[in-house]
Design a protein around this ligand. Structure first.
Ligand code: NAD
Length: 1588
């Protein structure tokens, strides 16, 4: 049996930690011997309880237990959720019940959770008892059990309550790991790697070496069945073959423990050094706080380590190579290195980790210095920077945590700054050096090697083929290849996988032809990823084949995988090679040629070879390794290579990448400072090395170049000169850098427009992106003009850097796109710093550069160099479209013909204030030769669909973010390309709104249209085909039923406005904060009860659809229900509830598929609230939470069986769960068994106030809880057949009971003024009180004296609930008001008095709302921005009318009146921006060019109007604008009910007219809500008031 020695590791001076394998006897005997006691309490969790090894320990314990002693056993629930004060209390109670005393020894067997919690129990039980830890998880072995930290969690944070309590022993028995599940095993490795990172470079290297074995064995773990002989239960346990890697596991555990014990021994209380153990934890914890419980601690620490390593690199402390090593090892041990790794994202349910939340989580870290955040920084692998954590700035944290970088002006950089920057090694040179050193004889130390995929595969291949011994020095910074002169190359067993490494695959193909067979293999397989298996290699293979090497294509002719035979060899002699496709073929043959059987003459055939500079590079490098190639003097492109052996130089420093070097050099050019690149000079092998001399020099920089270094000093800022013409063919990759420098280059000759012309770069159109186009597009954002050439670009520099613009559009600053192209990103990082360079303002906007990480391809550390070495100020930011700003994304409306697209598009445009574009019109405009029908007749449908798609893509590209409504043709979804474009737009945050109408209604409608005869079957087919596409392509649905009358139509419009405003975020869905209620609808089909719905919802703030009660659950049916409800209640917020059987509803508990579909439907329908049961699978919960948009989520939980009294921790845990899900509202429904349960509930309510809480008890006994609940109490209605839950009350019932309990004080309200005998106010309000069960009364108080009102009511009536003020007191009353609302202030009159308590009163004015709401309920949109209105009259009511029109967004308000003076006075009293225009004469009225859409008349109608006034009104009526609604006139005079002006407007000019009585009701209900804080029962009131 495998074995390892028992090791004892001291901590705080005692040999407390014992490490071994299978040491249960030792554990028990030591415990009993060294910790004698009468009582041993073993505590473990329910998972560990299943382990066979636990039985072994327990029976050993029984065996060795001395007489008189006893063993108690307690099992806890597993998981972080149970690491609570409550569990701790339960364990303590257990120990107290069992009479445990101070001599008790607690034995904690388990992972970190049990260890931490039970350690804390021991620390406080009887003021501290002895504890022994037997850690069973890897994490617990190497980390949590060592050091004496104990704790439990609270809802505010993990480990917030705890103590330091050192154990008597920690017995680490590796045997436990055999059953540890794979994910937990890997999770523990994060801490092991962390420890090596901060302390132990040698152990780190050992871990690197053993990674593969480890992962193979852990991945190979078997699941075995295990049956418990005592209980008969059968469990599945993981079984890892630990003996196979016992030594490695033992070592990694032991070494890790040694570090931790050493650190703890020197700093037990974490005052400094112990801090270091938190490497990766500051950021890791922040992620953990969001991603728990789906993500494990170690996984989050792994991610945290990468970010903190990157932070160290950003601050210039850690080298990029070391960061790369850390990433590599974490990946190698199966840990996540980024929160966006696909598998990790799926595992954590796609939860978002917003930057601000991460930072706020970090701000409560225990290591912090007050509000300052601290991180552990690394200097190198195995060593921290300093001996404690360091304060880091939020800007630096933001930078590393995001992919979008904010670049501030480079202005604080001193002009005399001189810097030396060494860019990473060149890829081409790195790959060549590895091949040459592997073939050469003797050791070669290669420095500045580029760490990339290519070099990684190359190194691996060299090793596998036994080419050279590879070791690392300088902590991985130098690679040493000990070459054998090619003598030992032997075929390897496994295929060589080369990923997508092009250079490696080309070089290794020739290299493979030098390899000898092994005992078992006579060939090598070279293979790669899918992309690599398409890339060409044919010419090289052809050439090698003709020269004697046998090579087969394994799959596709001309590409990898290749089978290269090792018993055939490169013959040598004359080799011909076609080199027009890739120079890498040439280099590949050249480098291997010295080892052919005969000297080689390589002749490049087939035309001019491509990239000859690279061939020269190879030849020069071969010379450095001792082989001289001579070029033929007689034949072109022909080379002679001798048969010889390479001799390795002892050291080879890879030249930096010359393309990369252009960025720091251009930085010097732009900022007028000096930068030296120390290892690229005139002798360089790379074409881009000429950039400084050929580009920056002529542009005005001072360039000093030696054979091996380049120094550039820029002219003073703003003095760069354009370069008239340059052929950049030898340095194509550097043209982007040239462009950004040229952007700010100018000279004095205006004729040249500061133009720099660059040519010879055609290949740049087919790189990572079309780079020429990319530069043109992005430069334009800075205000720089360019002109694309077929193989180049012209850049027209700005006259001054002050003209450089901050990229922005109408919504504000926007980002510079980088197309995932490292060179685009690096170039623009430079230009970004020149924006606002001369600004003297303190806070200038930075330039946002997107996708920062793309520089990783060649220079992962570029931003670090820019920030730390070159001195730029950078910051990071969340993507703009993630920020919670209102978007102006356009809306595309799709749906069948006859679904109402045209009408709804107009409504949509009006509601959002967006521009409307009909795409059919756009098509016809574009076509220019007639209409669509004609186009189709000529070109056919297919062509039409193609053109339609093109136009759609075009408008989306141009106006997708500009606030447009696009109304589409019904057939747009017929073309697959259109469907792709629609989905893409929706995915980018755009709105694709599917207008849905019932098929039968559609058929009836279409048949009634004589211009489009259609057969029923035909329509049905089309409908069926398209409906699924509409659904598929849209992200929102609006169901638009046919309206049979104007009222339904207006109500649909209102519902639509609310819908579109809510989904677009224009209107925030408010969670009520006052007493409020919602009615639960349990109908099987709401459409059968439409007429009653508004009445059922009287007084409610929302209405709940119990979807589980609906008779059908298909999408069409449910959608119709939602929209019926919307229209019927005038857009009352909807609560969408699918109650499962377990939670008291009718929905099948396990039908998750339908449930998900229903939730998705609800979100598409833009419902205001979704009820989400807290017992649902987390994955479903997050699907809703992640996609909820503006919808609010109610996290609900019901205890139907009365299983949990309110004091039970079940509720506490559910509350915490709701908090961690971050739902918007919590809804808890218990069941009252005794009346006392209601009091318990109130205690719970008052101690849980973090989130809005609905908490009630079901049942008769629980009724009072419904009265005492404050927000959104579920209610029933007398018009419903039954209640939705036992004990439910109606709103009047609740109000009456609440009144009788003293909750509502009966108030007296009055209308005051004179004459008021006909006032309808008492009827209006008393009707409302009755309908809602409110105890108030509304009477009349007739007087024309404000003093009287003051005396009798304001001062004299202690129960005064409010006053409706009418003529003549609206002005006089103002002096008694303590406060005025803005409306009352501007209108200059008070019609509503609201008591504020303490004898104080607020004056308000609701007359204007009476006007706006009357207009809106008659079809005028709430937002009429840009339109004009007219007010007739200049008295008090006219003032309210002006204010109303202004609040609706009118751009201009015309006023006409009989008397000019009054009108002048009116205008003078309003602010100028109200834009009042007085029209004095008929002639003036004639000259008005604007059209008006709303007229409000405020002159008395019971006597005839002067002709002159009527003529003026008529001029305006004649100009009624055909907007998205019928022009509308409201006559504020309500006697007679149809006034002469109304008659004129409707009969002669077809205006819509609204009688003044409506306005009275509308203003009255506004008063009602202000006084009672209840939603007025509008219809009941309206009917009563307008009865006669
Ligand atoms: N005190 C400290 O210094 C310190 C340090 C690091 C972490 N921690 C704490 O440790 C906790 C995490 O510890 P953990 O990762 O061990 O979690 P854990 O205790 O939940 O154990 C992981 C899971 O594996 C099971 N398990 C444990 N050993 C097993 C075995 N041998 N075979 C099969 N299953 C086994 C457990 O039942 C559990 O389900 C966190 O609460 C964290 O805060 C504390």
């Amino acid at each position: 049996m495998a074995t390892v020695p028992l090791a004892k590791v001291p901590i705080l001076g005692k040999d407390t930690v014992h490490v071994g394998y299978n040491i249960h006897e030792h554990i028990v005997s030591t415990t009993i011997h060294d910790c004698p006691s009468s009582t041993y309490v073993i505590v473990n969790d329910a998972n560990v309880q299943k382990l066979p090894y636990l039985k072994t320990i327990k029976s050993e314990m029984e065996k060795q237990l001395p007489e008189g002693a006893r063993v108690l056993h307690y099992i806890t629930k597993p998981g972080e959720a149970n690491k609570t004060r409550q569990t701790k209390e339960q364990v303590e109670d257990f120990m107290l019940d069992n009479g445990c005393t101070r001599d008790t020894v607690v034995i904690a067997i388990g992972g970190g959770i049990v260890g931490d919690m039970i350690g804390y129990v021991a620390a406080t039980f009887m003021r501290g008892v002895r504890v022994v830890h037997i850690p069973t998880s890897l994490l617990a072995m190497v980390d949590s059990s060592i050091g004496g930290k104990t704790a439990v969690d609270t809802p505010m944070g993990k480990n917030f309550i705890g103590a330091f309590w050192q154990p008597q022993f920690v017995f680490v028995d590796i045997k436990w790991l055999e059953t540890l599940p794979r994910r937990e095993f890997i999770n523990g490795m994060a801490e092991v790697i962390k420890t090596a990172c901060i302390w132990d470079a040698a152990e780190f290297a050992r871990l690197e070496e053993n990674a593969q074995t480890f992962l193979d064995i852990v991945n190979n773990a078997q699941i075995v069945q295990y049956s418990d002989e005592n209980t008969g239960d059968v469990y599945e346990l993981s079984q890892t073959d630990i003996p196979k890697m016992l030594e490695h596991t033992y070592k990694l555990v032991l070494e890790s423990i040694k570090v931790k014990t050493e650190v703890v021994s020197s700093d037990e209380r974490e005052t400094s050094l112990r801090n270091l153990l938190n490497f990766g934890h500051t950021i890791g914890h922040a992620f953990e706080a969001i991603l728990t419980p789906q993500a494990l601690h170690g996984e989050c620490v792994s991610i945290g380590m990468i970010y903190e390593a990157e932070l160290s690199r950003y601050l210039g402390i850690l080298s990029p190579t070391q960061v790369a090593r850390i990433v590599k090892i974490l990946v190698a041990y199966g840990l996540p290195v980024s929160p966006s790794e696909k598998w990790f994202k799926e595992l954590t349910l796609q939860k978002r980790t917003p930057l601000d939340v991460l930072l706020s989580k970090m701000s409560i870290d225990k290591k912090n210095d007050g509000s300052k955040k601290k991180c552990v920084l690394l200097e190198t692998v195995g060593k921290c920077y300093g001996t404690s954590a360091h304060v880091v700035s939020d800007a630096d944290l933001r930078f590393v945590l995001t992919d979008e970088t904010l670049v501030y002006p480079f202005k604080n950089i001193p002009a005399n700054q001189t810097k030396t920057i060494t860019p990473p090694g060149s890829k081409s040179i790195s790959n060549r050096a590895l091949i040459l050193a592997a073939l050469g004889k003797g050791p070669c130390r290669i420095k500045n090697l580029l760490h990339s995929d290519d070099t990684k595969h190359m190194l691996n291949a060299v090793q596998e083929l036994n080419g050279a011994k590879i070791t690392w020095e300088d902590n991985g910074e130098t690679v040493v290849l000990d070459g054998q002169g090619g003598a030992t190359l032997t075929a390897c067993e496994n295929p060589l996988y080369l990923g997508n490494a092009g250079t490696a695959s080309r070089f290794l193909t020739s290299f493979a032809s030098l390899v000898k067979s092994s005992k078992s293999k006579n060939h090598i397989i070279l293979t790669g990823n899918d992309r690599m298996q398409q890339r060409p290699i044919g010419p090289l293979v052809d050439s090698l084949r003709t020269n004697g090497t046998k090579i087969d294509y394994v799959k596709n002719e001309g590409s990898l995988p290749l089978k290269v035979y090792t018993d055939t060899h490169l013959q040598g002699g004359r080799i011909e090679l076609a080199a027009t496709v890739s120079s890498q073929y040439v280099s590949s043959v050249l480098m291997c040629a010295p080892y052919a059987e005969e000297p080689v003459t390589l002749s490049l055939v087939g035309g001019k070879p491509i990239s000859i500079l690279y061939v020269e590079m190879t030849i020069k490098m071969m010379e450095k390794f001792g082989v001289k190639v001579t070029q033929s003097t007689t034949e072109p492109f022909t080379y002679h290579i001798p048969k010889t052996q390479y001799v390795n130089p002892p050291e080879y420093v890879i030249e930096s990448d010359a393309s990369s070097a252009t960025y720091p050099l251009a930085f010097a050019a732009l900022t007028g400072t000096t930068v030296t690149v120390p290892n690229i000079g005139s002798d360089s092998l790379q074409g881009d090395a000429r950039f400084a001399r050929d580009v920056l020099g002529p542009m005005g920089c001072t360039v000093e170049q030696t054979a091996s270094s380049t120094t550039v000093t820029g002219p003073p800022v703003g003095h760069l000169k354009p370069l008239k013409h340059i052929d950049m063919e030898p340095m194509t990759d550097a043209f982007l850098t040239a462009c950004v420098v040229a952007a700010v280059a100018h000279d004095s000759n205006p004729e040249f427009h500061n133009t720099t012309t660059i040519e010879g770069i055609a290949n740049q159109r087919v790189k990572e992106c079309n780079r020429i186009e990319a530069m043109a597009t992005q430069l334009a954002k800075f205000g720089v003009r360019t002109h694309e050439l077929p193989d180049g670009i012209q850049v027209h520099g700005l006259d001054s850097i002050d003209e450089l613009q901050l990229p922005r559009d109408s919504t504000g600053p926007i980002g510079v796109e980088t197309y995932d192209d490292h060179r685009v990103a690096m170039s623009f990082s430079l230009l970004a710093g020149m924006v606002n360079y001369n600004s003297t303002e303190k806070d200038v906007d930075p330039v946002r550069v997107l996708e920062r990480h793309c520089t990783g391809k060649t220079w992962p550390g570029w931003w670090d160099v820019l920030h730390t070495n070159l001195g730029a100020r950078l910051d990071g930011a969340e993507p703009i479209n993630n920020a919670a700003t209102k978007s102006s994304k356009s809306v595309v409306i799709i749906g069948m013909r006859a679904a109402g697209k045209t009408t709804i598009s107009k409504w949509c445009a009006a509601a959002l204030g967006y521009k409307l574009m009909d795409l059919d019109d756009a098509f016809e405009q574009d076509y220019g030769h007639g209409n669509i029908k004609e186009f189709v007749a000529q070109n056919g449908w297919e062509k039409f669909r193609e053109e339609e798609t093109r136009i759609f893509e075009d408008v989306i590209n141009k106006h997708g973010d500009d606030g447009y409504i696009f109304s589409t043709g019904g057939g747009i979804v017929e073309n697959p390309a259109s469907r792709v474009a629609l989905k893409k737009f929706a995915a980018s945050g755009g709105y694709v709104l599917h207008l849905h109408r019932d098929i039968e209604e559609t058929i009836i409608f279409l048949q009634s249209d004589p211009s489009r005869p259609a057969f029923v079957e035909e329509i049905r087919d089309v409908w069926e085909r398209r409906e699924k596409w509409y659904k598929d392509c849209s992200n929102y649905t609006f169901f638009a039923p046919h309206c049979s009358n104007e009222i339904e139509f207006q109500s649909l419009r209102k519902a639509f406005s609310r819908f579109i405003n809510v989904i677009s975020g224009n209107e925030e869905i408010a969670v009520p904060t006052k007493r409020s209620a919602f009615v639960c609808l349990t109908f099987e089909d709401l459409t059968e009860h439409t007429s009653k719905l508004s009445e059922i919802a009287y007084g409610c703030d929302a209405v709940e659809v119990r979807v589980d009660h609906l008779v059908k659950l298909d999408a069409d049916f449910v959608n119709r229900q939602l929209f019926t409800l919307r229209s019927a209640t005038g857009g009352l917020p909807i609560i969408f509830t699918v109650r499962t059987k377990k939670q008291g509803g009718k929905f099948d508990d396990d039908d998750y598929e339908t449930l998900e579909q229903l939730f998705s439907l609800a979100l598409k329908a833009g419902v205001e609230f979704i009820d989400l049961e807290l017992t649902l699978p987390t994955a479903i919960q997050y699907k809703v939470l992640n996609n909820k948009g503006n919808t609010k989520v109610i996290g609900s939980h019901h205890d139907f069986d009365a299983a949990f009294p309110w004091s039970n921790s079940e509720w506490e845990n559910r509350y915490n769960q709701a908090l961690s899900l971050d739902v918007d509202i919590v809804k808890f429904v218990g069941t009252a068994v005794t009346f006392e349960d209601n009091l318990e509930l109130e205690r719970f309510r008052f101690s849980h106030t973090i989130k809005p809480l609905i908490a009630i008890n079901m049942g008769e006994i629980g009724k009072v809880s419904r009265v005492l609940n404050t927000i959104l109490t579920p209610i029933t209605s007398s018009l419903l057949p039954g209640s939705a839950a036992p004990g439910q009350l109606t709103l009047p019932e609740i109000n009456k009971i609440y009144t009788s309990m003293g909750g509502i004080t009966p108030k007296e309200l009055f209308v005051v003024g004179k004459p008021i005998e006909h006032s309808r106010s008492p009827t209006l309000h008393n009707t409302g009180y009755k309908l809602l069960g409110l105890p108030h009364t509304f009477g009349k108080f007739e007087t024309d004296s404000a003093e009287e009102v003051k005396k009798q009511l304001l001062d004299g009536n202690k129960n005064l609930g409010g006053l409706a003020v009418t003529i003549p007191l609206k002005l006089d009353i103002i002096k008694y008001m303590d406060d005025l609302t803005p409306a009352a202030e501007i209108i200059g009159a008070v019609n509503t008095v609201i008591p504020l308590g303490d004898g104080k009163f607020r004056g308000d004015n609701t007359d204007w709302l009476g006007i706006t709401n009357s207009l809106i309920s008659n079809g005028v949109p709430a937002n009429v921005s840009g339109m004009c209105g007219l007010v007739v009259g200049a008295g008090g009511a006219s003032r309210a009318a002006v204010y109303a029109l202004f609040k609706m967004g009118c751009a201009k308000i015309y006023v006409i009146n009989r008397c000019s003076d009054e009108m002048q006075a009116l205008k003078a009293s309003f602010p100028v921006h109200f834009n009042l225009v007085l029209v004095e004469t008929v002639e003036e009225a004639d000259q008005v060019v604007d059209t008006v859409s709303m007229v409000i008349s405020c002159v008395p109608a019971n006597k005839p109007l002067p002709d002159n006034l009527v003529s003026k009104v008529e001029r305006f009526l004649a100009k009624g604008a055909k907007a998205s609604f019928v022009p509308t006139l409201l006559d504020a005079a309500y006697k007679p009910s149809i006034t002469p002006l109304m008659k004129l407007a409707s009969d002669k000019y077809q205006w819509h007219v609204v009688p003044g009585a409506q306005m009275l009701v509308h203003q009255g209900v506004e008063q009602f809500e202000r006084w009672t804080s209840f939603k007025p029962p509008f219809k009941g009131i309206f009917d009563e008031v307008t009865k006669d």
